[in-house]
Design a binder for this molecule. Structure first.
Ligand SMILES: Cc1cc2nc3c(=O)[nH]c(=O)nc-3n(C[C@H](O)[C@H](O)[C@H](O)COP(=O)(O)OP(=O)(O)OC[C@H]3O[C@@H](n4cnc5c(N)ncnc54)[C@H](O)[C@@H]3O)c2cc1C
Length: 380
């Protein structure tokens, strides 16, 4: 059942990107997991080959490519069973805030660097005391002539150590309504008053440089404010659709990937004189999990097609984000069980997949928040 219209160009691109991944990423993944970070040089290589921000127009150095190219990059990276290189976060989630809402001068300053991989981006909303409830953020931006002065702290920021540019959610303390008070501003690494804190020691996504960020009397030009003053909340709501789609796509692809490795293993491993794939329990479990993955695939591909047609999918992407990530966690857990004791060993890729999938119900908006959004839009 083909829902997405991949052309010959898309297929050629997939093969080219897969070769790049096999050459430049997979052989180093273990080393980066231990180091807790992906070297910036890999981002530059991605940029050199034209694999970053492919949708951006040619005037900034992009390719004007459609969303299926982002889908391909996402799927091929997930198939490596390695989560450190958050290229889709950069290309499809953070940079679109700049391309959609920055002034032309700011776009010309930053977008070519985002495309080349010289400037890695991060989006910083979460703070130590608030994640789901964005209206409660405490990081402030106070106007001072042509500048804004920022004070506050962010945590759990993906690409936090490597980032050269942050899309930062701030609040104007003079505005009473939290929904009118939030702005998104761009802060460059190296700006006095902007310090990167420690890399967070996580149970999964170990090569992702998730970090704390600190802002102390950090002065940036007002021109770095995205969109209209007080429009932060609206911009975030508008751009969350691709974030949730990408997250759901990662979940479905990861489920397919662990199923593939588990089917292979169950055909090779023997017990009681036969491959464990011959036990009825193994077969039923694998069929049940494969059915769930296929349901997820049909759902996500349909949503990608609708997204590419410009449809607003608030309820559907919220449902997809919660359901596919829970499905992927169920599948990873069921697959690990079929590996027996080896599933619990770092030497076997299922162990990392199981650890890495756990966070998917938490980031990009928790699954409880997703259900809350869907319930609200369903008039409940
Ligand atoms: C690996 C990783 C990467 C991340 N990357 C980023 C990033 O790049 N940028 C960024 O800004 N943030 C990032 N985050 C933060 C992430 O988005 C937050 O952790 C998430 O939004 C939840 O916020 P919280 O941790 O403060 O939990 P809380 O908001 O405190 O929630 C705790 C629990 O309460 C539940 N809850 C909260 N409110 C409600 C409600 N109204 N109804 C029902 N249940 C509710 C939640 O669902 C959750 O189960 C990342 C987190 C991780 C772990």
């Amino acid at each position: 059942m083909e829902i997405l219209n991949y052309t010959e160009e898309h297929r050629i691109f997939r093969s080219t990107f897969r070769k790049f991944v096999e050459r430049e990423i997979t052989p180093h993944a273990d080393e980066w997991e231990t180091a807790g970070i992906v070297p910036k040089s890999v981002w530059e290589l991605m940029g050199e080959q034209g694999f970053l921000c492919m949708d951006l127009p040619e005037e900034y150095g992009g390719l004007g490519a459609d969303f299926l190219y982002s889908v391909i990059v996402c799927e091929e990276l997930v198939k490596t069973n390695f989560t450190g290189l958050a290229a889709n976060l950069h290309s499809d989630i953070v940079v679109p805030y700049i391309s959609a809402y920055a002034s032309e001068a700011v776009k010309h300053k930053y977008l070519p660097l985002c495309i080349s991989g010289d400037m890695i981006t991060a989006v910083a909303m979460t703070e130590p005391n608030t994640g789901s409830d964005l209206s409660s953020i405490r990081t402030t931006a106070v106007e001072d002539g042509d500048d804004l002065i920022i004070n506050g702290q962010k945590t759990f920021i993906s690409n936090g150590i490597n980032c050269g540019l942050v899309v930062l959610a701030v609040k104007d303390p003079a505005v009473e309504s939290p929904y009118q008070a939030i702005d998104l501003v761009l802060v460059e690494a190296g700006t006095p008053g902007f310090e990167k804190g420690k890399k967070i020691d996580k149970i999964g996504w170990r090569s992702q440089d998730t970090a704390e960020l600190f802002f102390t009397d950090c002065r940036i030009p007002k021109a770095n404010r995205l969109g209209r003053k007080g429009g932060g909340f609206t911009m975030l709501m508008e751009k969350l659709q691709p974030e949730r789609l990408i997250c759901a796509l990662m979940a479905v692809t990861a489920a397919e990937n662990v199923l593939e490795m588990t089917i292979r293993y169950t055909k090779e491993r023997t017990a009681f004189g036969k491959p464990i794939s011959k036990f009825q329990n193994t077969q039923f479990k694998l069929v049940e999990m494969a059915t769930e993955a296929k349901l997820g695939r049909a759902f996500i591909d349909k949503l990608i097609a609708d997204h590419m047609e410009g449809k607003s999918l608030i309820v559907e992407v919220s449902m997809a984000k919660y359901w596919t990530t829970e499905m992927a966690m169920r599948v990873a857990d069921g697959c690990l069980q079929l590996f027996g004791g080896y599933g619990y060993c770092e030497e076997y890729p299922i162990a990392r997949a199981w650890r890495d999938m756990r966070v998917m119900s938490i980031f990009a908006g928790t699954n409880e928040i997703m259900k809350g959004i869907a319930a609200k839009f369903m008039g409940l």
